[in-house]
Design a protein around this ligand. Structure first.
Ligand SMILES: [Fe+2]
Length: 125
């Protein structure tokens, strides 16, 4: 536990924060590479690109949550600003993956629009 604290503090002082944090949180003996929520090796080739985009969205949303949670926890003003700036960049990445996905998935495109309409209708009532 103490080693993780030292690594996280060191991470806050470096530009390689995310990778550093991955090292700090990886259980001993496990691979340090990030994994996808879905085992992409088992996804049929026809679905692979869409599944990559969905996994990308999921990973970016997870990163946003992590950075915003840490920003709310830190007492270091500069670290908070950096974390929130990185979180904002991750939101751009969500948009990039979403753009990829809706370009490949007509049903997703339609359902995103349906979801927007439902929220608009509920907001008016
Ligand atoms: Fe990202």
């Amino acid at each position: 536990m103490r080693a993780k604290t030292v690594i996280i503090v060191a991470c806050l002082l470096t530009a390689a924060f995310a990778g550093c944090l991955l090292v700090a949180t990886a259980p001993r003996g496990e691979a340090l590479m990030a994994t996808t929520p879905t085992d992409l090796s088992k996804v049929p080739q026809a679905d692979l690109e869409r599944e990559i985009a969905r996994n990308g969205i999921e990973a970016e949303l997870d990163a946003i949550n992590l950075y915003e949670q840490m920003a709310s926890m830190t007492k270091n003003t500069t670290a908070r600003k950096v974390l929130l700036d990185i979180a904002r960049e991750e939101k751009t990445h969500v948009g990039e993956f979403q753009t990829l996905l809706v370009g490949m998935d007509a049903e997703q495109r339609t359902e995103l629009e349906n979801g927007r309409k439902e929220v608009d209708a509920l907001a008016k009532n």
